[in-house]
Every structure is written in structure tokens, then in C-alpha cells.
Write a protein that binds this ligand. Sequence first.
Ligand code: AHR
Length: 508
Amino acid sequence: MKKALSIAILIMASLTAGAQVKIAVHETRPGAVIPAEIYGQFSEHLGRCIYDGIWVGLESDIPNQDGYRTDVLEALKALKVPVLRWPGGCFADEYHWRDGIGPRKNRPKMVNSNWGGTVEDNSFGTHEFLNLCELLGTEPYISGNVGSGTVEELAKWVEYMTAESGTMAELRTANGREKPWRVKYLGIGNETWGCGGNMTAQYYSDVFKRYGLYTRNYGGNRLFKVACGASGDDYEWTQTMMANARRHMDGLSVHYYTVDNWDDKGSATDFTPAEYYETITKTVEIDEILRNHIAIMDAFDPEKKVALILDEWGTWYNVEPETNPGHLFQQNTMRDAIVAGLNLNIFHKYTDRMKMANIAQIVNVLQSMILTKGREMVLTPSYHVFRMYSVHQNAEFIPTECECGDLFSERGRVMKDFSVSASRDADGRLHISLVNPRLDEAREVELSFDSLRPKAVRAEILSAPAINSFNEFGVAPAVAPLKFDGIRLRNGRLMLSLPPASIVVLEL
Ligand code: AHR
């Protein structure tokens, strides 16, 4: 760390030290179901996400199952990945799917011009991706090439993946897969305002309709078509897309990265407390951004037929020293875990409109779940949050009210100094995820309920020796969840103390 954690000068808290956080859990007023897809992931042909991260090939001496790293496969199964977006990102708009089918030795090589000029040998293509999704029990989310690909190319890709008969199905069969795959989510382009074609929203809304029209449903497969959406607070984009194309889309996307300063994104591991507070206050700005996009969508579509799809989000820092700047490899600390917990608690509130979110990215790129180095693998603090929070997948949202204080960053951003979200699963279990983002003090928390009188509580905690602790290769993990015992029951209320910079998930 650049400075010791003397944060008194960095933040002001509006609650006095030791004051309680009071949470009222309204378990008698359930809301929308939290779609599992809110816990979605994103995998791009970028740096070492696919190659080294997921795919090592059949000849590798790294233990693998059909070319997929066994360690990563097992870790992803435990994570219950509901949906996986592929092949990009920016890469998607230069990806030509026919280069990635057939015998691997015959597949052409291309230069990955978006990401470091790396040579892409196309050894991981449609079959490798869709078979991976089947192994993981994950819904595939295909990102189609609109920037440099034709309508016909995308239409034929859909046919290749999902049709039962015809020339594309025969080609697929000749390549080793007779049965069509089930492909639900189809993105029609990515960031078409930038790396996906530099289009205006007006122009793209027509392009979207054209590509959308010719990407057909085959047999029983039903596509859910996602139109490319805004970057951050570009509300005009959402306005134009909803005005011109809402009747043709199932979902409209938005991207939001936690970046304080795009010119110098800061180090993933070497940051001051002040920088920490800039990161987390920047993170929670997503709340207002989602609310504003949703308000525009509500005006055009009060019946909520079109879903909001946050198909890229997460932290983005400077790359690790001595790594390829185009490979976006960054470490992942307890700060990233806090960012993940805060974001997920926010997303739960909007699931009557927001039906999917995909953190960027699953392995070795940006805010990853997993990092690999040769034969070694580590689970990041963000992985642990996703695993602990997986209990919210497909559970009913339970509203909460939270009385707490405020945090102020040095640049004047403000946020609440505590975060909570609750849900009830199909077996009637209540789960409550709590985040104490403060670095300076533990929070004494009291939870009350409408009518529930909890008798037994189980809990897990994620905390770390320091906010910049991370899990290193070859040593015992510094950040891993532990059983949490310090919960008191008093008159039907729960009392607990959350250490600084910690995350707790309760099960009642
Ligand atoms: O996730 C990295 C990149 O960020 C994606 O390729 C692109 O869509 C976004 O700009």
C-alpha cells in the first residue's frame, strides 16, 4: 500500500463510532424473482481468458478434460455459472465463426487486432464453446458479428448451431455434432457505438432490425435477441433504441465499468484508502445509471417486455507490470470483493426489468473469478463473493430498509456506508447478504423482521488481513470465506458485528 490505512482524514461518517446499522427485513412483501442470469459471466478471446484460462488443448500436460483445464472446470461447476457470454466484446465484431469449426489443424489464424495483436489460431470455436456450456450446465450467450460480418454470416451461424436439418446441420454433423445445441441468448453486435462499428443509435437501430429479422428460430429453439445498448450514462442511446426498435428486441444491453480515471486506471493491488473510496463510490453510481435507463424503458414499455441486460460490468485497472497491455490481466483483491458485493446487492433491486448481468471477465481478464499461471490456479476474492451469493439465484427478492450512515470520497462522491440485500429460495430459506465497505470500523448490525422469529442462523464471512490482500499462486489463500459465528438472537432480532471491509451472507 502507498500509505498506511489512516483513513480518518479520508472519509467523514455521518454516524458516530459504534452506532448501529438497523435493517428491517420485509419478508412478508416478496418482490420479483432474482433471475440466476444476474450471476452471469463473460468470456472473450482476449489475453489469457480462453487460451490458458479455459482451454489448453488435448495435447497439454496441464490436466484437462477434452482440452478444458480440469481445475478451472471444477471451480466453475462449483460457481453455478448460469450464463456465459462469448466470443466478445470487441473481438466478436471481427470474429468469423467459420474459421473456428472443422479439424483444428485446418483452421485459419488471425491477428487479434483489438487485444494486443496476439495470433488467434481458432482452436477454440463454436463446438468448444457450446460443449463447455453443456459441461457446466450454462446457458450460452452468443455475441454476433455485426461490425464486420454480414447478415448472412450471422444467420448461418444460428442455423449451424440450432437447426435440425439442412446444409448447416449436415456441416455440423460432419464436424462431430449431430444434435443441435440449445442457444437462447443472441447479442446482435457489441458496443456498436465504438469497437462494434462506430455507429449512431439511429443507424444501428435499423441494422439491429435487419440482423434480428434473419436470425431465425429453428425447431424448438427460441432466441432471446439482445440489442446493443449504451455505455454508462448515454441515455440518448437507450431512448433512440427504445423509440425505434423495441418491438423487435427481447433485451437491450448496457455496459458499466468501475473506472475512476480512464487515463490512469490505477493499480489493482497498490492503492491508498482514498483510492479505495473513489473505487467503491464510483461502483455504486451504477445504481442511478440503472434507474435512469429503466425509467426510459418504462416510458416506452410499461409492461416490461424488454429486459435490461448489463452484459459487461466490473473493475478495470492498469494491467499488472510486465504483462501485455492488450491482455487486461489484473490482480483481484478484497476491494474487488467489496465491489462485487455492492453491485450484486444493487442489481437485485431491479430484477423486474434487469434480467441478466455478465461480469467482465471469467478468467485472467479484468475482474476475474479465476486466475491461472501455467499449471497453477487461484480463486479470486470476487469468485468467493459469487459463490457465497449464488444462494440468491432464482430466489424471491425480499425488500429491506437500512438505516446507516454516509461515506464521502475525497472527490465528493457519496454513498451509504452499509449495503444489504435479501431473498427467499424455493425451500423457504431466507438469505441476507451484508457488506460493510468501511475500512475504519466494524459495524454493529441489528436485523428485525415483519413476523419471522429466527431460531437458527448459519453464516459465512469473507474478509482479509488488508483491503489489498489477494490470493497468490503457490501460497495459502489470503482471502477465503470462513464460517461466521458471532450472531446473537435477541427478542426475534439478530445482532452481529461486521468487521471493516467484510461481506457476510446469512441463512435463516
Ligand atoms: O471487456 C473488455 C472490453 O470492454 C470488451 O471487449 C468491450 O466490449 C469493452 O469495451
